[in-house]
Design a protein around this ligand. Structure first.
Ligand SMILES: [Mn+2]
Length: 373
């Protein structure tokens, strides 16, 4: 019974420059590991082939080393791989693919779909109908010629394409590289393997986006899977199984802190996350001095536990309570300074006063702790 693995959007060579150096490097490595995971899964599930629906590479300009490492990472699965150029790695006259060929980096079992047409995998009885992007953006449906492609009797007709199924995806994806929503039906495909939408998404009975195997952005669209597709015979309905492949989950939280329990809930939520997460936090609202102390300690623990934690706190006002101030035991001149820092200030001065108060409060607390020892 023919079975294959559908994946897409590897985006190899993407640099995670917004992150701390060590975190960015780990995120890059996770993408190579994802390819090794795909190879292992293809073996475990006894797949006949691995189909990659575009954007293997994030850019035409990736290093030679990245090119070689990508193909090295496929070695675990000795069956056929079919790789399709997407918008990020379009099959230009001179492209990342032609460079890979010149480098001699491409193993014999890896087929590149650099031209539109059919790749027949004879022993597997799979016909792969390929719609590579030969430029970054097109406005016509490159899968339209599928209807005219003849395939051998008894072979499955599997479409491989990269773009936006029209009318079904949320509107933030740009509408270039359109694909007709009824393509599988119109071109008598047993299955249409799509790339470009980084989450796993079913479009129809025979049409899926696999999504990227390793998440790389803060967007809750179910990224981090591969699909194992089994089709009993030509014309049969495919059985599609979603297999998790992602190492890191990406979370973005936007929280407004108003009362003490808001902070407690936030910290409880951070506590329940596993270590393999990339977290982006933006806080606004206000926090007491005691709350800020609790928050900073929790963030310090979390940033050591998580793969990456970034927290934007510039919108978070410090609102010391009378108890906070009393706990500082600041009298005389220092007490007067504390009081004037608590008063509302003009514009940017307000941020400075807030930071100054936080620093002063920290120093006063340290001094008190030292005195207590
Ligand atoms: Mn793409």
């Amino acid at each position: 019974m023919p079975k294959f693995l559908h994946t897409a959007d590897w985006q190899m060579g993407r640099a995670f420059t917004r992150f701390e150096t060590e975190d960015g490097a780990a995120l890059v490595e996770a993408r190579f590991e994802a390819i090794e995971t795909l190879a292992r899964l293809a073996n475990e599930h006894q797949c006949d082939a691995v189909l990659v629906a575009g954007d293997v590479f994030d850019a035409q300009t990736v290093s030679d080393r990245t090119i070689r490492r990508v193909f090295n990472a496929t070695k675990g699965f000795a069956g056929p791989w079919v790789m399709l150029p997407g918008n990020h790695d379009a099959a230009l006259a001179e492209s990342v693919w032609t460079r890979a060929q010149r480098l001699g980096a491409i193993p014999e079992n890896v087929h590149l779909a650099l031209q539109p047409g059919v790749i027949d995998l004879e022993p597997q009885k799979l016909s792969i109908l390929c719609a590579p992007l030969t430029q970054r953006h097109t406005y016509g449906d490159l899968t339209e010629p599928f209807s005219g492609y003849e395939t051998p009797e008894g072979f499955l007709r599997i479409g491989l394409a990269h773009g936006s199924v029209q009318g079904l995806l949320p509107d933030e994806i740009d509408s270039t590289n359109p694909i007709a929503p009824n393509r599988a039906q119109a071109s008598k495909l047993d299955y249409l393997a799509l790339g470009d939408w980084h989450g796993t998404k079913q479009i129809g009975e025979r049409t899926w986006y696999s999504g990227t195997p390793e998440p790389e952005r803060f967007r809750n669209n179910e990224a981090g899977n591969a699909l194992i597709v089994e089709v009993a015979e030509p014309g049969a309905t495919p059985a599609v199984t979603r297999v998790p492949t992602g190492r890191y989950q990406w979370h973005q939280f936007r929280e407004t802190l108003a009362v003490q329990s808001d902070l407690e809930q936030l910290l409880a939520r951070l506590n329940t996350l596993p270590e393999s997460v990339v977290v982006d936090l933006r806080l606004d609202g206000s926090v007491t001095l005691a709350g800020e102390e609790t928050l900073l300690k929790a963030l310090s623990i979390a940033e050591a536990r998580f793969r990456s934690l970034r927290c934007e706190r510039s919108g978070l006002q410090l609102a010391p309570t009378d108890e906070d101030i009393a706990a500082l035991k600041a009298d005389g001149y220092v007490g007067e300074v504390v009081e004037s820092l608590r008063e509302p200030q003009e514009g940017a001065q307000d941020d400075i006063a807030r930071d100054a108060l936080a620093i002063l409060a920290g120093l006063l607390r340290e001094r008190e702790q030292e005195a207590a020892q």
